[in-house]
Design a protein around this ligand. Structure first.
Ligand code: FE
Length: 139
């Protein structure tokens, strides 16, 4: 895997993250659909990595994909996310990870809005935090 900026031991991550966050971010788990705090969340702001604060997605690119997980048609910046082919569970999927800490976010699929990028970044709520637009200063 591409070298990430933040490297911590499993023990350090366990101390920092909740058990749910650890299971998804570090062990590539998946939260149950329609259970995440950001699944139906449409406030203006920026979604960040729950593990390291890296700014990942803008609220303007979030859309309701009906799949039960927060979905975005574009990353805030291509350098923010690492993509890696994932052949687990008998599927060919493209895994997405935070480029700063290597935390597992979810997968990116080619069934996003055709009038935008055609992509769907399908992300676990557990992997995300949110910064409201009001708290972003000049952004
Ligand atoms: Fe991160």
């Amino acid at each position: 895997m591409q070298q990430v900026e933040i490297t911590k031991t499993d023990e350090e991550w366990r101390k920092q993250l909740t058990p749910e966050q650890y299971a998804v971010l570090r062990e590539k788990g998946t939260e149950r659909p329609f259970t995440g705090k950001f699944e139906d969340h449409y406030e203006p702001g920026i979604y960040t990595c729950a593990a390291c604060g890296n700014e990942l997605f803008q609220s303007a690119t979030k859309f309701d994909a009906g799949c039960g997980w927060p979905s975005f048609y574009e990353a805030l910046d291509k350098t923010k996310i690492i993509e890696k082919l994932d052949k687990s569970h008998g599927m060919m999927r493209m895994e997405i990870m935070c480029a700063k800490c290597g935390g597992h976010l979810g997968h990116v699929f080619n069934d996003g809005p055709q009038d935008k990028t055609g992509l769907r970044y399908c992300v676990n709520s557990v992997s995300l935090d949110f910064k409201k637009k009001d708290s972003l200063g000049t952004k």
